[in-house]
Design a protein around this ligand. Structure first.
Ligand code: NAG
Length: 309
Protein backbone atom coordinates (compact mmCIF):
# COMPACT_ATOMS: atom_id res chain seq x y z
CA UNK A 1 0.00 0.00 0.00
CA UNK A 2 0.93 3.66 -0.24
CA UNK A 3 3.69 2.88 -2.72
CA UNK A 4 3.64 6.26 -4.42
CA UNK A 5 3.77 8.11 -1.17
CA UNK A 6 6.48 5.89 0.24
CA UNK A 7 8.63 6.47 -2.81
CA UNK A 8 8.21 10.20 -2.33
CA UNK A 9 8.93 9.91 1.34
CA UNK A 10 12.08 7.86 0.85
CA UNK A 11 13.27 10.25 -1.85
CA UNK A 12 12.76 13.19 0.47
CA UNK A 13 14.74 11.54 3.20
CA UNK A 14 17.47 10.19 1.01
CA UNK A 15 19.85 13.06 1.51
CA UNK A 16 19.84 12.48 5.27
CA UNK A 17 20.50 8.76 5.31
CA UNK A 18 24.08 9.10 6.53
CA UNK A 19 22.82 9.50 10.08
CA UNK A 20 21.61 6.14 11.33
CA UNK A 21 20.46 5.41 14.86
CA UNK A 22 22.63 3.30 17.10
CA UNK A 23 20.88 0.02 17.78
CA UNK A 24 22.59 -0.74 21.03
CA UNK A 25 20.75 -1.89 24.10
CA UNK A 26 21.67 -0.66 27.51
CA UNK A 27 22.80 -3.53 29.68
CA UNK A 28 20.70 -2.61 32.69
CA UNK A 29 20.96 -5.60 34.93
CA UNK A 30 18.92 -4.74 37.98
CA UNK A 31 15.77 -2.93 39.01
CA UNK A 32 16.56 0.77 39.52
CA UNK A 33 14.58 3.64 41.00
CA UNK A 34 14.00 6.47 38.52
CA UNK A 35 14.73 10.10 39.27
CA UNK A 36 11.94 12.64 39.38
CA UNK A 37 13.28 14.32 36.23
CA UNK A 38 13.02 11.03 34.33
CA UNK A 39 9.50 10.50 35.67
CA UNK A 40 8.41 14.00 34.62
CA UNK A 41 9.89 13.55 31.14
CA UNK A 42 7.04 11.10 30.38
CA UNK A 43 4.26 13.40 31.51
CA UNK A 44 3.47 14.97 28.10
CA UNK A 45 2.91 11.46 26.72
CA UNK A 46 0.57 10.56 29.57
CA UNK A 47 -1.56 13.60 28.67
CA UNK A 48 -1.45 12.70 24.96
CA UNK A 49 -2.56 9.14 25.84
CA UNK A 50 -5.37 10.43 28.04
CA UNK A 51 -6.55 12.94 25.39
CA UNK A 52 -7.33 10.06 23.01
CA UNK A 53 -10.43 9.39 25.13
CA UNK A 54 -11.82 12.81 24.11
CA UNK A 55 -14.22 13.24 21.20
CA UNK A 56 -12.62 13.85 17.78
CA UNK A 57 -14.52 17.15 17.43
CA UNK A 58 -12.75 18.47 20.53
CA UNK A 59 -9.40 17.00 19.50
CA UNK A 60 -9.64 18.78 16.13
CA UNK A 61 -9.98 22.11 17.98
CA UNK A 62 -7.48 20.94 20.65
CA UNK A 63 -10.03 21.96 23.21
CA UNK A 64 -10.44 18.98 25.54
CA UNK A 65 -9.76 20.37 28.99
CA UNK A 66 -6.72 19.50 31.10
CA UNK A 67 -5.38 16.86 28.70
CA UNK A 68 -5.15 19.38 25.84
CA UNK A 69 -4.04 22.32 28.00
CA UNK A 70 -1.05 20.29 29.22
CA UNK A 71 0.43 20.28 25.70
CA UNK A 72 -0.74 23.71 24.51
CA UNK A 73 1.39 23.91 21.35
CA UNK A 74 0.06 20.71 19.78
CA UNK A 75 -1.20 20.96 16.19
CA UNK A 76 -3.84 18.27 15.59
CA UNK A 77 -3.97 16.99 12.02
CA UNK A 78 -6.44 14.10 11.69
CA UNK A 79 -8.71 12.05 13.91
CA UNK A 80 -10.42 8.72 13.41
CA UNK A 81 -12.31 5.89 15.02
CA UNK A 82 -15.85 5.67 16.34
CA UNK A 83 -15.05 5.27 20.04
CA UNK A 84 -16.38 1.70 20.19
CA UNK A 85 -15.54 -0.88 17.49
CA UNK A 86 -12.56 1.22 16.47
CA UNK A 87 -11.21 3.23 19.38
CA UNK A 88 -10.70 6.96 18.72
CA UNK A 89 -7.26 7.97 17.49
CA UNK A 90 -5.53 11.16 16.40
CA UNK A 91 -2.34 12.33 14.74
CA UNK A 92 -0.66 15.72 14.94
CA UNK A 93 2.59 17.54 15.43
CA UNK A 94 4.19 18.81 18.62
CA UNK A 95 6.60 21.64 17.71
CA UNK A 96 8.06 21.77 21.24
CA UNK A 97 9.06 18.11 21.26
CA UNK A 98 9.60 18.26 17.47
CA UNK A 99 7.78 15.01 16.88
CA UNK A 100 4.69 13.68 15.17
CA UNK A 101 2.35 12.27 17.81
CA UNK A 102 0.10 9.25 17.27
CA UNK A 103 -2.34 8.35 20.05
CA UNK A 104 -5.05 5.69 20.29
CA UNK A 105 -7.87 5.60 22.82
CA UNK A 106 -7.79 2.86 25.44
CA UNK A 107 -10.45 0.64 26.95
CA UNK A 108 -11.71 -0.09 30.45
CA UNK A 109 -9.71 -2.83 32.19
CA UNK A 110 -12.77 -5.12 32.30
CA UNK A 111 -13.46 -4.77 28.57
CA UNK A 112 -9.77 -5.15 27.88
CA UNK A 113 -9.39 -8.38 29.83
CA UNK A 114 -12.39 -9.99 28.14
CA UNK A 115 -11.31 -8.94 24.65
CA UNK A 116 -7.80 -10.32 25.25
CA UNK A 117 -9.34 -13.67 26.20
CA UNK A 118 -11.84 -13.69 23.33
CA UNK A 119 -12.03 -16.40 20.72
CA UNK A 120 -10.05 -14.27 18.29
CA UNK A 121 -7.04 -13.95 20.60
CA UNK A 122 -4.98 -16.46 18.65
CA UNK A 123 -1.53 -15.40 17.47
CA UNK A 124 -1.52 -14.39 13.82
CA UNK A 125 1.20 -13.10 11.45
CA UNK A 126 1.20 -9.40 10.57
CA UNK A 127 -0.60 -8.39 7.35
CA UNK A 128 2.01 -8.16 4.59
CA UNK A 129 0.08 -5.34 2.89
CA UNK A 130 0.97 -3.07 5.82
CA UNK A 131 4.06 -4.82 7.20
CA UNK A 132 5.70 -5.65 3.87
CA UNK A 133 8.58 -8.12 4.15
CA UNK A 134 8.41 -8.53 7.92
CA UNK A 135 9.16 -12.05 9.18
CA UNK A 136 6.12 -14.33 9.34
CA UNK A 137 7.61 -15.73 12.58
CA UNK A 138 6.38 -12.50 14.16
CA UNK A 139 2.87 -13.10 15.42
CA UNK A 140 0.42 -10.85 17.25
CA UNK A 141 -2.96 -10.98 18.94
CA UNK A 142 -5.51 -11.39 16.16
CA UNK A 143 -8.24 -9.17 17.59
CA UNK A 144 -5.76 -6.31 18.16
CA UNK A 145 -4.27 -6.80 14.68
CA UNK A 146 -7.73 -6.58 13.10
CA UNK A 147 -8.55 -3.35 14.88
CA UNK A 148 -5.15 -1.92 13.98
CA UNK A 149 -5.78 -2.49 10.27
CA UNK A 150 -8.96 -0.41 10.42
CA UNK A 151 -6.97 2.78 11.06
CA UNK A 152 -3.59 1.84 9.56
CA UNK A 153 -4.10 3.28 6.10
CA UNK A 154 -5.34 6.76 7.02
CA UNK A 155 -2.92 6.98 9.88
CA UNK A 156 0.06 5.93 7.79
CA UNK A 157 -0.63 8.63 5.19
CA UNK A 158 -1.09 11.34 7.79
CA UNK A 159 2.15 10.50 9.60
CA UNK A 160 4.20 10.27 6.41
CA UNK A 161 2.79 13.63 5.20
CA UNK A 162 3.55 15.33 8.51
CA UNK A 163 7.10 13.92 8.53
CA UNK A 164 7.66 15.40 5.11
CA UNK A 165 6.06 18.71 6.10
CA UNK A 166 8.21 19.14 9.22
CA UNK A 167 11.28 17.36 7.98
CA UNK A 168 14.69 18.02 9.52
CA UNK A 169 17.80 15.93 10.05
CA UNK A 170 16.07 13.60 12.52
CA UNK A 171 12.38 13.11 11.68
CA UNK A 172 10.58 11.69 14.70
CA UNK A 173 7.31 9.92 15.44
CA UNK A 174 6.14 9.25 18.99
CA UNK A 175 3.46 6.63 19.55
CA UNK A 176 1.48 6.66 22.77
CA UNK A 177 -1.64 5.23 24.34
CA UNK A 178 -3.21 3.54 27.32
CA UNK A 179 -4.26 -0.14 27.58
CA UNK A 180 -5.87 -1.10 24.26
CA UNK A 181 -4.59 2.20 22.83
CA UNK A 182 -1.07 1.26 23.93
CA UNK A 183 -1.37 -2.03 22.05
CA UNK A 184 -2.66 -0.35 18.86
CA UNK A 185 0.12 2.26 19.00
CA UNK A 186 2.70 -0.48 19.39
CA UNK A 187 1.46 -2.09 16.18
CA UNK A 188 1.80 1.33 14.53
CA UNK A 189 5.33 1.63 15.90
CA UNK A 190 6.27 -1.69 14.31
CA UNK A 191 4.55 -0.72 11.04
CA UNK A 192 6.53 2.53 10.85
CA UNK A 193 9.80 0.91 11.89
CA UNK A 194 9.33 -1.63 9.13
CA UNK A 195 8.35 0.97 6.48
CA UNK A 196 10.27 4.15 7.16
CA UNK A 197 13.97 4.79 6.55
CA UNK A 198 16.04 3.86 9.63
CA UNK A 199 16.93 7.44 10.45
CA UNK A 200 13.28 8.08 11.35
CA UNK A 201 13.27 8.14 15.13
CA UNK A 202 10.45 5.95 16.40
CA UNK A 203 9.68 6.51 20.07
CA UNK A 204 7.06 4.60 22.00
CA UNK A 205 5.53 5.34 25.41
CA UNK A 206 2.67 3.03 26.43
CA UNK A 207 0.63 2.93 29.65
CA UNK A 208 -0.79 -0.36 30.95
CA UNK A 209 0.19 -2.19 27.77
CA UNK A 210 -1.10 -5.77 27.47
CA UNK A 211 1.10 -8.39 25.81
CA UNK A 212 0.67 -7.91 22.07
CA UNK A 213 2.73 -10.63 20.39
CA UNK A 214 5.00 -13.62 20.62
CA UNK A 215 8.72 -13.97 21.37
CA UNK A 216 9.73 -12.96 17.83
CA UNK A 217 7.55 -9.85 18.14
CA UNK A 218 9.14 -8.89 21.47
CA UNK A 219 12.61 -9.46 20.01
CA UNK A 220 11.79 -7.27 17.00
CA UNK A 221 10.64 -4.43 19.28
CA UNK A 222 13.78 -4.78 21.42
CA UNK A 223 16.08 -4.78 18.43
CA UNK A 224 14.58 -1.95 16.39
CA UNK A 225 12.63 0.27 18.81
CA UNK A 226 13.81 -0.19 22.41
CA UNK A 227 17.40 0.16 21.22
CA UNK A 228 16.85 3.69 19.87
CA UNK A 229 17.90 6.54 22.21
CA UNK A 230 20.34 4.42 24.23
CA UNK A 231 17.67 1.90 25.18
CA UNK A 232 14.89 4.41 25.86
CA UNK A 233 13.10 4.10 22.49
CA UNK A 234 10.36 1.94 23.96
CA UNK A 235 8.90 2.19 27.45
CA UNK A 236 5.78 0.61 28.87
CA UNK A 237 4.69 2.14 32.14
CA UNK A 238 2.64 -0.07 34.46
CA UNK A 239 0.79 1.17 37.50
CA UNK A 240 0.79 -0.82 40.75
CA UNK A 241 -1.52 -3.88 40.43
CA UNK A 242 -3.04 -3.29 36.98
CA UNK A 243 -3.96 -6.80 35.70
CA UNK A 244 -4.01 -5.81 31.99
CA UNK A 245 -0.21 -6.02 31.43
CA UNK A 246 -0.07 -9.68 32.57
CA UNK A 247 -2.51 -10.63 29.78
CA UNK A 248 -2.67 -12.57 27.51
CA UNK A 249 -0.60 -15.08 29.47
CA UNK A 250 2.90 -16.22 28.67
CA UNK A 251 1.48 -19.75 28.65
CA UNK A 252 -0.42 -18.78 25.48
CA UNK A 253 2.88 -17.71 23.88
CA UNK A 254 2.70 -13.95 24.50
CA UNK A 255 5.86 -12.07 25.56
CA UNK A 256 6.48 -8.43 26.52
CA UNK A 257 9.37 -6.48 25.00
CA UNK A 258 11.98 -4.98 27.36
CA UNK A 259 11.52 -1.44 28.66
CA UNK A 260 9.14 -1.83 31.59
CA UNK A 261 8.73 0.91 34.16
CA UNK A 262 6.65 -0.15 37.14
CA UNK A 263 5.02 2.25 39.61
CA UNK A 264 5.29 0.78 43.11
CA UNK A 265 2.57 0.89 45.79
CA UNK A 266 4.73 3.60 47.40
CA UNK A 267 4.49 5.71 44.24
CA UNK A 268 8.19 5.22 43.35
CA UNK A 269 8.95 4.43 39.70
CA UNK A 270 11.43 1.63 38.95
CA UNK A 271 12.85 0.36 35.68
CA UNK A 272 12.61 -3.41 35.17
CA UNK A 273 15.22 -4.57 32.67
CA UNK A 274 14.61 -7.40 30.25
CA UNK A 275 11.48 -8.97 28.81
CA UNK A 276 8.78 -9.81 31.37
CA UNK A 277 10.98 -9.29 34.40
CA UNK A 278 9.63 -11.49 37.22
CA UNK A 279 11.17 -9.47 40.09
CA UNK A 280 8.74 -8.58 42.85
CA UNK A 281 9.04 -4.85 42.01
CA UNK A 282 7.87 -5.48 38.41
CA UNK A 283 4.32 -6.10 37.19
CA UNK A 284 4.76 -9.82 36.56
CA UNK A 285 6.06 -10.33 40.08
CA UNK A 286 3.42 -8.06 41.62
CA UNK A 287 0.29 -9.38 39.87
CA UNK A 288 0.45 -13.18 39.81
CA UNK A 289 -3.00 -13.62 38.28
CA UNK A 290 -6.05 -11.54 37.35
CA UNK A 291 -7.67 -12.11 40.75
CA UNK A 292 -4.71 -10.53 42.54
CA UNK A 293 -4.86 -7.43 40.33
CA UNK A 294 -6.69 -4.16 40.98
CA UNK A 295 -8.49 -3.09 37.81
CA UNK A 296 -8.79 0.55 38.84
CA UNK A 297 -4.97 0.82 38.88
CA UNK A 298 -5.02 0.59 35.09
CA UNK A 299 -6.19 4.20 34.87
CA UNK A 300 -3.27 5.50 36.93
CA UNK A 301 -2.47 7.99 38.18
CA UNK A 302 0.72 8.13 36.11
CA UNK A 303 2.69 11.03 37.60
CA UNK A 304 -0.62 12.69 38.41
CA UNK A 305 -2.35 11.86 35.11
CA UNK A 306 -5.48 9.69 35.32
CA UNK A 307 -6.45 8.23 31.94
CA UNK A 308 -9.77 9.44 30.54
CA UNK A 309 -11.32 12.62 29.18
C1 NAG B 1 -2.67 17.79 7.86
O1 NAG B 1 -1.36 17.80 7.34
C2 NAG B 1 -1.31 17.92 5.92
C3 NAG B 1 0.14 17.87 5.51
O2 NAG B 1 0.89 16.97 6.16
C4 NAG B 1 -1.90 19.21 5.48
O3 NAG B 1 -1.89 19.29 4.07
C5 NAG B 1 -3.31 19.30 6.00
O4 NAG B 1 -3.83 20.57 5.69
C6 NAG B 1 -3.33 19.11 7.51
N1 NAG B 1 -4.72 19.14 7.99
C7 NAG B 1 -5.08 19.86 9.05
C8 NAG B 1 -6.53 19.80 9.40
O5 NAG B 1 -4.29 20.50 9.72
Amino acid sequence: MARVLLTFFFATLFCFTSATPSHKLLGRASVKTLSSSTIHSYKPYAFYSSAAYCSPSNIKKWNCGANCKANPHFLPNITGGDGSTTRYWYVGYDPTLNTVIVSHEGASPGAMLSSLDAADSALTPLDQAYFGGISTDIKVHKNLANEHLRSAYDLFYAVANLLVQYIDERPSVTLVGHSRGAALSLLDAVMFTNSFPPLTKIKYVGYGLPRVGNQAFADYVDKYITSIDEGAGFVRINNKKDPVPINPSRALGFVHPSGEIHIQASGAWVSCPGQDNSASQCIRGTVQNDASGTKQDSYGPYDGVTMGC
